[in-house]
Every structure is written in C-alpha cells, then in structure tokens.
Design a protein around this ligand. Structure first.
Ligand code: URA
Length: 240
C-alpha cells in the first residue's frame, strides 16, 4: 500500500505536490469513488482516475543487476554520480529494492512493483542476503564466528546470521568471509565487522532472496521471468 499522491506521481501524471492539490480539489477517484483527503493509501491494483483520466497501470518490470562498485543505488543522485537506473535501460521508472553502498558491488533488484519492494524490505520477512567480505587482516576465526550470536550496532543487537570463513591468507594478510544475514539495516555488514574490531576492505552481495549473480558480469543485468517473480513473492510469504 502506498499513499495516493505518491502513486499518482509515480505514474508520471504530475508531481506529488500537484497530486495533493488535485486530491484536495476532489479531482481524484479511487475505484470510482472521489477521495478528497490526503493520507489515503491505495494499492497498485486500484483504479485511479485524475481529472477523468484513468492512470495507466505500468507493466511490471523486474531486473536483477550486478552492481559495480562506484555506482549509487538510488534512482537519482544529488552529486550527479552514476546510479543503478543509469545502467538499466527501461521505459519504466524503476527503483532499487533496498540499498547497497556506493563502494559495495553485487546483486540488487530493480522494479516498479512497489508491493513486492515493500514485502522484500520489510524486516519481518527476513529475506536472506549473503555477502562476501574481504578484510585486510588475518582474522581471529572465533571473533568472526561470534557474529552469529549477534553484536550491538546502533544500540540494537543484530539478528540471525551465518558465518563461513572462506580463506585466511597469512602471507598476504587478508581474509575472506561469507556472511549471511536476514535484516537490512544501514551499513549493517560494515558495522557488524566494526563491532568486532575489523574494517571491511571490500564488500560484495552474492545472494538475495535465493537469487545469485550466476551468468552476469559486473555492470550486466537480466530481466526476471514470471516464475522467478513468483519465487520472490514466495520468499516473503514463507515467514511468520
Ligand atoms: N552492509 C553494508 O555495510 N553495506 C552494504 O552495501 C550492504 C550491507
């Protein structure tokens, strides 16, 4: 569910402010009924009419992108840096599902399906995210394993996590660790390692909601088919 003015603006009909004006003026109908108060939430399957024009329901599009480092995971960037939507060629307004840091590479989904986005990022749905973490140090395995028990970040203990130590290179003084988490807090992986005294040197998301980067090189993307979209919805409904 999304605020009516946001759905109108997302359709490209007008700005959000203009949509609010039109709602206040009684020019907007939802499923044939006038809605003239702000704050009403609608779903993307509702039929919305503005000034007698029914908004076209955009075809839904689902893209799996291998985000390179040095790209912003939002639709626009105030600093004019390259964004994930600059990479994906689409007639639709696509939005990333969650965020990856500017210096993080890996799997990110983009879609115009607001309902699926909300399901995937809702913490109660515990969608699986697997990261490959490089640390420029010889790590202490027991310290890193302790991440599974939870650490305090931003005053709150982290939830379920799985750690697999892939490599400890004493000569090159670096380590590779696989970390799987089910939350999506801000800079979560970097903060988890910070909490045990390590700085993340490189971070890549290798898996999200059961999907991997198989067959893609950095900067490449592919569209998901219907079966895969159903799998994404199922990944959210499995839980609690
Ligand atoms: N955790 C981080 O710290 N950064 C990301 O980009 C993703 C997860």
């Amino acid at each position: 569910m999304e605020r009516l003015q946001k759905v109108i603006a997302n359709s490209g009909y007008c700005s959000r402010r203009k949509a609010e004006e039109l709602i206040n003026l009684g020019k907007v109908k939802v499923n044939g009924e006038v809605v003239n108060t702000l704050g009403v939430k609608v779903s993307y399957s509702d039929t919305i009419t503005v000034n007698g024009v029914t908004l076209k329901k955009e075809a839904k599009e689902y893209v799996l992108l291998y985000k390179p480092r040095g790209v912003v995971s939002s639709a626009h960037d105030e600093k004019g840096r390259k964004t994930v939507t600059d990479i994906v060629d689409s007639p639709n307004r696509l939005y990333p599902v969650g965020r990856l840091d500017y210096d993080t590479s890996g799997l990110i989904l983009l879609t115009n399906d607001g309902e699926l986005t909300n399901l995937l990022i809702h913490p109660s749905h515990e969608v699986e995210k697997k990261y490959l973490v490089k640390i420029d140090a010889v790590i202490d395995p027991s310290l890193v394993k302790a991440l599974e028990k939870g650490v305090m970040i931003d005053g709150k203990k982290t939830g379920k996590a799985r750690v697999k130590i892939k490599k400890i290179d004493k000569k090159k003084k670096c380590s590779l660790i696989e970390l799987t988490i089910y939350e999506g807090r801000n800079h979560q992986v970097k903060k988890m390692f910070e909490a045990i005294g390590y700085k993340v040197a490189k971070l890549k998301r290798e898996k999200f909601a059961g999907f991997t980067l198989d067959g893609l090189k950095s900067g490449e993307y592919r569209h998901l088919n219907i079966k895969e979209v159903k799998k994404l919805y199922a990944a959210c409904k499995n839980v609690k």
